[in-house]
Design a protein around this ligand. Structure first.
Ligand code: C2E
Ligand code: MG
Ligand code: MG
Length: 557
């Protein structure tokens, strides 16, 4: 075949932009042309910038080599508009007679064409790379989109898992080891996870410390273990190791899943991930339809709340607390009920939602107001009155005006402080503890009673009792056996000791969830003086409760 025929084919392969580059075909043509032109070797190299060229770090492309030793006979070098450099060198065996002028022109022509092709092609790669990677070189959301759509089309998405995760407290890691080092940690964490995602797995950064992974089903457990907690080594700043924890939302993609756009998956994993971040669901949360349902529900409750409050849809129910020894009414707990369209909505359905923002604080103050109205009325009517406890969410702890607001409400109804008790639940962190201490001390100084609610669930600690001037300890119902045969010795021992300890410190003890005669006997045997529970009464509407104010003893009715 003649030179120009081969050269023509080469040019058409190099200029066909519609197909993926046929590098093997191009190299094959180069070999044929080179042997025609008596060359022994040709190497094209690309440097992304002048510094890479200086260090000899470029990548080799379009290379052919007959394996025969040769000397350099020509070199072509071009610098592109983005300062990348392409160069080509060709070699010839020493024994060969020198190139004729015509041959040299042809060699030069092939080389210039090749170099220009390689640099142009590379330029396209660089542009593509910029579009599909972020500044730090991580695959970005655009890559995610194209990967998901491609996998969706070819069916390989079915059965995989999509994960959205957030590196927890990464700003603290930044502070701890410094910016540069934290970048290294993030990279190492990313690379570590990328290696665990299995066949077809890929990893993308959405921005900041938020990532999305696509993971093979059989690798999911390993990937989640890694996300839950991993020690990541670094080399900068003298080297070291940090523990990185993530919160993650996962969607297992069903076999018959059809993806129309990436929102179909993103919405689900972001939902689950948000639940994982807020912590009520644990740090790893799988998406399911009920999760979406719950969020919908929560949104609706938050929207309805302000009007419901104005329309006085929230009511106080009073649950009596009974003196175990005498059967006398010793107090009551005010519990909120939302009466909506004639139906009673229990707190479990709306309190956790209102606790997601400060709505709960408005509700708590409203409840305290209702309780004070009732107490004032009972006092004015000359009835016997007992102390009423009101629940205050821990959402209040960071509000510096909490005490002022509480006192404002109580005093505006001229209710004696000792008739009000505030129930608070324990907190888990030291920061929370400082706020709790300020709140409890303030309330106590004002002569209002304070109670630790739900003691025995979660993270209750003895330190909580030690450092603060509490009046009442409310033991959670989990200390009582579910039925008489289920009595558990360890719970019994703990229960007995908590009761005797709190009495020794001078705390009044109330056990919640007293449902049966057996439960009441357990309280009696262990010296717990107050009981609250269905055995005596459920939470009652105010008219019902008012009847209880007049009874002498629950044991003589
Ligand atoms: P809590 O403060 O621990 O209230 C005691 C809960 O135990 C009440 O549930 C009560 O109805 C239930 N209970 C009482 N006796 C028994 C029994 O014998 N057996 C069983 N299984 N349960 C019993 P409720 O009224 O559904 O309230 C649930 C939680 O909602 C309360 O737990 C409290 O944490 C919260 N809550 C209720 N009202 C308010 C409020 O006005 N403000 C705030 N912040 N939280 C409230
Ligand atoms: Mg309570
Ligand atoms: Mg409780």
């Amino acid at each position: 075949m003649r030179f120009y025929e081969l050269f023509g084919q080469l040019v058409s392969k190099m200029t066909d932009m519609n197909k993926p580059a046929d590098i093997a075909g191009i190299e094959n043509l180069l070999i044929r042309i080179s042997s025609m032109l008596r060359l022994s070797k040709g190497v094209t190299r690309l440097y992304r910038n002048p510094r890479e060229e200086e260090l000899g770090l470029g990548e080799t492309l379009c290379c052919y080599d007959t394996g025969k030793e040769g000397i350099l006979i020509h070199k072509v070098r071009v610098v592109t508009s983005v300062m990348s450099i392409a160069e080509m060198k060709v070699y010839m065996e020493e024994s060969e007679p020198p190139l004729t002028d015509t041959e040299f022109e042809r060699v030069d022509l092939v080389m210039r064409t090749t170099v220009s092709y390689v640099s142009r092609n590379r330029l396209r790669d660089i542009v593509a790379e910029l579009a599909y990677r972020d500044d730090a070189g991580y695959l970005n959301i655009r890559s995610l989109e194209s990967a998901l759509m491609k996998k969706g089309r070819d069916g390989s998405l079915a059965g995989m898992a999509a994960i959205h995760y957030n590196l927890r407290h990464f700003s603290l890691i930044n502070q701890q080891v410094g910016r540069e080092c934290a970048d290294e940690v993030m990279r190492a964490h990313y690379d570590g996870l990328a290696g665990l995602l299995g066949s077809g797995g890929q990893l993308f950064r959405l921005g900041g410390d938020n990532f999305v992974a696509v993971c093979a089903a059989e690798n999911l457990e390993d990937a989640l273990g890694y996300l839950y907690k991993v020690k990541v080594p670094y080399t900068l700043n003298g080297g070291g190791e940090v523990t990185v924890r993530s919160s993650a939302g996962i969607y297992r993609i069903p076999r018959d899943f059809r993806i129309e756009n990436i929102g179909d998956i993103m919405e689900k994993i972001l939902n689950a991930s948000r639940a994982a971040q807020t912590g009520t669901e644990g740090r790893i949360v799988f998406y399911d339809e009920t999760l979406a349902q719950r969020r919908e529900n929560a949104k609706m409750i938050q929207q309805m709340f302000p009007d419901a409050l104005l329309n006085r849809e929230f009511h106080v129910y009073y649950q009596p607390k009974v003196n175990v020894a005498t059967g006398e009414l010793g107090g009551a707990e005010a519990l909120c009920r939302w009466i909506r369209g004639g139906k009673v909505v229990p707190p479990i359905e709306f309190i956790p939602v209102l606790e997601q923002n400060n709505d709960i604080c408005r509700l708590d103050y409203y409840m305290l107001g209702l309780v004070c109205e009732d107490i004032r009325r009972w006092l004015d009517e000359g009835r016997k009155v007992v102390r009423i406890s009101v629940n205050m969410s821990r959402r209040h702890f960071t509000d510096p005006d909490m005490l002022k607001t509480i006192l404002g409400i109580i005093d505006s109804h001229s209710v004696p402080h000792e008739l009000i008790e505030i129930e608070l639940t324990e907190t888990t962190t030291d920061v929370g503890f400082k706020d709790l201490k300020r709140v409890v001390e303030g309330i106590s100084e004002a002569g209002i009673y304070t109670a630790i609610d739900d003691f025995g669930v979660g993270y209750s600690s003895v330190n909580l009792i030690r450092g603060l001037p509490w009046n009442v300890l409310k033991l959670d119902k989990s200390f009582l056996p579910l039925d008489s045969s289920a009595s558990d010795r360890v719970s019994d021992i703990i229960f007995r000791n908590i009761v005797s300890m709190s009495k020794e410190i001078g705390l009044e003890c109330v056990t919640e969830g007293v449902e049966t005669k057996e439960h009441l006997d357990i309280l009696r045997e262990n010296g717990c003086e107050m009981a609250q529970g269905y055995y005596f009464d459920r939470p009652l509407p105010v008219e019902e409760f008012e009847k209880r104010l007049d009874i002498v003893s629950y044991y003589r009715r």
